[in-house]
Design a protein around this ligand. Sequence first.
Ligand code: HMG
Length: 387
Amino acid sequence: MNVGIDSISLCVPESYYSLADLAEKHGIDPNKYLYGIGQEKMAVPSPDEDIVTLAAGAAKPIVTDEVRDSISTVILATESGVDQSKSAGLFVHGLLGLKPNCRVVEFKQACYGATAALQMATDMVRQRPEQKILIIASDIARYEQDSQGECTQGAGALAMVVSANPRILNLHRARGMHSFDVMDFWRPNNHKAAQVDGQLSIEVYLESMRQAWNEYKADGGHELAELPWLCFHQPFTKMAKKAFTALTESEPEQGQALTGESYEHSLLYGRQIGNTYTASLYIGLLSLLENNPQDLTDQNIGLFSYGSGSVGEFFSASVVPGYREHLRTEEHQQMLADRQALSHEKYSAWFYQSLADHKNQVMPKLSNRPYRLEKVEEFRRVYGVND
Ligand code: HMG
């Protein structure tokens, strides 16, 4: 039985900040960000958007009346949680009107969380094929202003329904995991912005990928030559290029046949959005499926997921015939094209407003996405539906 991704949907904030403007603010050559890092824009949430509104906005189009009653489990993967106790997915469960007979949990392991969710969901569906599982990866990547990491911020959510006989992607059984305890990137409980050892994080990411790749092959995975398309976790798009180089160098005979084309289409959305932590790999996958002009039917895709701290996983999937009919390409491309640019003053003001701890606050009405954070009452978050 085939199991995998049956539907997939993206939601990003309505605003972005240009990295050329950030470079000007930092007094450096914009090419460092545009080419050295490989990013053009960072998505910036307004103060009435958070990981819940983005998650519900991503899931809404794919939770159709037909799908709603088959959803047995919601797994929301994030490292930007809004509560230390309550799962953010419960707010989404309420906003989407999911059935009460459903389990809802939150997964955390830096950017890797959604991959754990996807693999566990796949195994659950193999056991009980009548169920569908809703996975949502939603994150807001924040570093201190004027820090080394600021240019790699971003925000967005990606929702997927996992089912038997999926319409978009069949997941393969082989998987290669690699975990070890390292402090390359972390966010202490009382911090809203991430701490990072940037150069170490790059080295650890690449080492994790090499080890996970070896484990994937040992688990009966495909040879590199059998994976014409590749997607890597993309904290910034240059990182995917570094990963491609490291992977092809580790397989000198087979890697030679692969060119940049195998991953370049996977970078197009991420370059316009920035790091979305848990969602980043899957936005790369969506970008490949929606932007590659070639028909990918029955072709294999190799995927590498990385979450600092750290866990890496290499896995693969193949594209289902007719997949294009089930993508929402026009909607996603329009969503990205219609965003508004922010001035540095606005970006900076929203950054600090969003970081504030509110006991009681009515949020200004800024977002026109399907859901928004209306207010906080005695630290209780209250979400509303935009008309
Ligand atoms: P930096 O020190 O500011 O940048 O930090 P740099 O000096 O290393 O330069 C970056 C690149 O720009 C270099 O290219 C330069 O040559 C080039 P490379 O050698 O890498 O190919 N450059 C230029 N290119 C064109 N024209 C110019 C120019 N000047 C320089 N004028 C760093 C960069 C990524 C470290 C920083 O932004 C950072 O700390 N970011 C956050 C951490 C991060 O994203 N790490 C990635 C791996 S860890 C990961 O992916 C997990 C994560 O997503 C979190 C999670 O799991 O939850 C982050």
